[in-house]
Design a protein around this ligand. Structure first.
Ligand SMILES: [Zn+2]
Length: 298
């Protein structure tokens, strides 16, 4: 839970980390409600809340009130506002959106309405799965229903492993956090710092795990870049942590796979946003309403 002001500064926050694969939404939203009540109860006097947003790793109904499906959580048709109940600030509708779409805003905007480091880029959000977003002119390309950017479910190899979405060989079955750790012979309790350290020390299995991730990323991203002509890729989440290790092989393969690479070689960048960028992006989205029509709030 994070409260952000118009200048993009954190007013209050409380983060809880956990593995929510196959979790019960009622229990998870119960924890979120308690966290939210604690953060909102401790806000400095005079703070006026103007909106509430929620970032979720799945596809959301266009009306922004129903999570249709989050394959890694194992959730379908979840209505967060109903589960949060009184923990949602009084009088404010709760807008829910795809986590990667919101996280991408933190690479496009340094603060609400202020341009950030990147304007045109493909964003990959590395968590248990892989979320994605394409951003052009600082705006997330949402597609007809808001479901664009699911790069994690772009097929890298039809004969590959079964994905939680029901398909096979999706990017996230190679580049998701747990998939990378398993490929390196590590458990889900291990950290990516351990994986990076093993690879740096010359461990063959760790190096191959990183190489397999880089090859899968290059195949999926080459497809995206060939279709969209957006040659800058910003890696977020765990992929940002590993960007320096992944970059050489991904960039080298993209130079072969992207038709226009001779003129503008695709670049891999690491996002610099703090943890839980989806929460910050959700706040930016709410605050953008004020910037669009300040008079309504005076
Ligand atoms: Zn999939």
């Amino acid at each position: 839970v994070r409260v952000i002001d118009l200048r993009g500064r954190v007013v209050a926050e409380a983060l809880e980390y956990g593995d929510f694969v196959g979790s019960d939404p009622v229990a998870v939203f119960g924890r979120l409600a308690a966290l939210s009540t604690r953060v909102l109860g401790g806000l400095p006097p005079g703070v006026r809340l103007v909106g509430a947003g929620l970032a979720l790793p799945g596809i959301v109904a266009a009306e922004g009130d129903l999570l249709l499906r989050a394959p890694n959580l194992g959730w379908s048709d979840v209505e967060p506002a109903a589960l949060l109940g009184a923990a949602t600030p009084a009088g404010l509708p709760l807008h829910i959106d795809n986590e990667a779409n919101l996280a991408a805003r933190t690479a496009a905007e340094a603060a609400p309405g202020r341009p950030g480091a990147f304007g045109d880029f493909v964003y990959l959000s590395g968590e248990i799965g892989i979320g994605g977003a394409a951003v052009l002119g600082g705006q997330v390309m949402t597609g007809r229903h808001g479901w664009a950017g699911e790069i994690g479910h772009v097929c890298v190899d039809p004969a590959g492993p079964l994905c939680r979405c029901g398909s096979t060989g999706c990017l996230e079955t190679y580049a998701g956090r747990d998939a990378m750790l398993a490929a390196a012979g590590l458990t889900p309790a291990s950290t990516l710092a351990e994986l990076a350290e093993l690879a740096g020390g010359g461990d063959a299995r760790a190096r191959e795990a990183l190489s397999a991730t880089a090859r899968a990323l290059a195949v999926a991203l080459a497809g995206v870049i060939n279709v969209l002509d957006i040659p800058t890729v910003v890696l977020g989440g765990h992929l940002a942590q590993l960007a320096d290790l992944l970059r050489p092989e991904v960039e080298q393969q993209l130079r072969t796979r992207v038709l226009s690479a001779r003129w503008v070689p695709p670049r891999i960048e690491a996002a610099t946003s703090p943890p839980a960028p989806g929460a910050t992006g959700a706040a930016f989205r709410e605050l953008s309403g004020i910037l669009a029509d300040p008079a309504a709030w005076l």
